[in-house]
Design a protein around this ligand. Structure first.
Ligand code: BTN
Length: 266
């Protein structure tokens, strides 16, 4: 990847450091080491290939060379650790809006809290991690966008997609990556000042793939609820608001509950 474009982000005051590599284990791991080594500020770590890309829930994240945007944004200036789940939602919004602007459509949608889907298939996953010391900490937002993957293995074919598959041509990865970084930095800075997600509530809700649709909730320990619910939107803390069969609203916290559609992933 042409690293000059990313260095503009330093000149523009968006970032303090850029690490652009051909190969790393996981960009989130590089970000973690940077934070532990005492780096302070915002850094972008981006790589052509990840040999041990990680997804949520301990899963692998396939990150073949040159076909994706595999990157992490490290921000060491997080004062309130409870803001982490909000930052995760902002990342999903930044990616979705960037993809829609790039494609000139509104086909990219958000599956709460932060998967980005096109045509009911996942095009981007986000893994947010925390490195904390006392009540201060660093947040690492790891973003994986399937850019020019032309074919997925059989078992993923109806669950995953790429920008190439959706647009018919390979996207400009540098352009999309730098735009996501700019937007996420701007959104995070407003959020820091306001302490609430109310400034993105309307935008986020209008992009939700399952708004006003029936969803199935499940928790990590296997507890099921009174499914299905209707997804209504998000509140100002980023919780998913769902309506139960009795007409009662509930706020569901991200990180604790998984959501899927009636027929599968969306
Ligand atoms: C998910 O399970 O949906 C989250 C996937 C996150 C993948 C990205 S790729 C860049 C960064 N480095 C990693 O190892 N994971 C994240």
């Amino acid at each position: 990847m042409d690293r000059t474009r990313f260095e503009y982000l330093i000149e523009d005051g968006v970032l303090e450091r850029v690490i652009a590599e051909e190969e790393v284990s996981s960009t989130n791991d590089v970000a973690k080491s940077l934070s532990r080594d005492g780096f302070s500020g915002r850094a972008l770590i981006i790589s052509e290939l990840q040999t041990a890309g990680r997804g949520r829930l301990g899963r692998n994240w396939s990150s073949p060379a040159g076909t994706g945007i595999w990157m992490s944004l490290l921000d060491t200036e997080i004062e309130h650790l409870e803001n982490i789940s909000g930052i995760t939602l902002l990342a999903g919004l930044a990616v979705t809006e960037t993809i829609n602007d790039y494609m000139g459509t509104d086909r990219a949608r958000i599956k709460w809290p932060n998967d980005v889907v096109i045509n009911g298939r996942k095009v981007c996953g986000i893994l947010t991690e925390l490195v904390s010391s006392g009540d201060k900490g660093s947040v690492i937002v790891g973003i994986g966008i399937n850019a020019s993957i032309s074919e997925f293995p059989e078992e993923l074919r109806d669950k995953a997609t790429s920008l190439l598959i959706e647009m018919g041509s390979a996207p400009d990865r540098e352009k999309i990556a730098s735009e996501v970084v700019r937007r996420l930095t701007e959104l995070t800075s407003v959020y820091r000042t306001s302490g609430s997600l109310s400034f993105i509530q309307d935008r986020y809700q209008s992009l939700m793939v399952n708004r006003e649709k029936e969803v199935i909730l499940s928790s990590a320990n296997g507890d099921f609820f009174d499914n299905p619910y209707i997804a209504k939107g998000i509140d100002e803390e980023g919780n998913l608001i769902v309506l139960d069969k009795a007409g009662k609203l509930h706020a569901v916290r991200s990180g604790e509950i998984s959501v899927r559609g009636m027929l599968g992933y969306v």
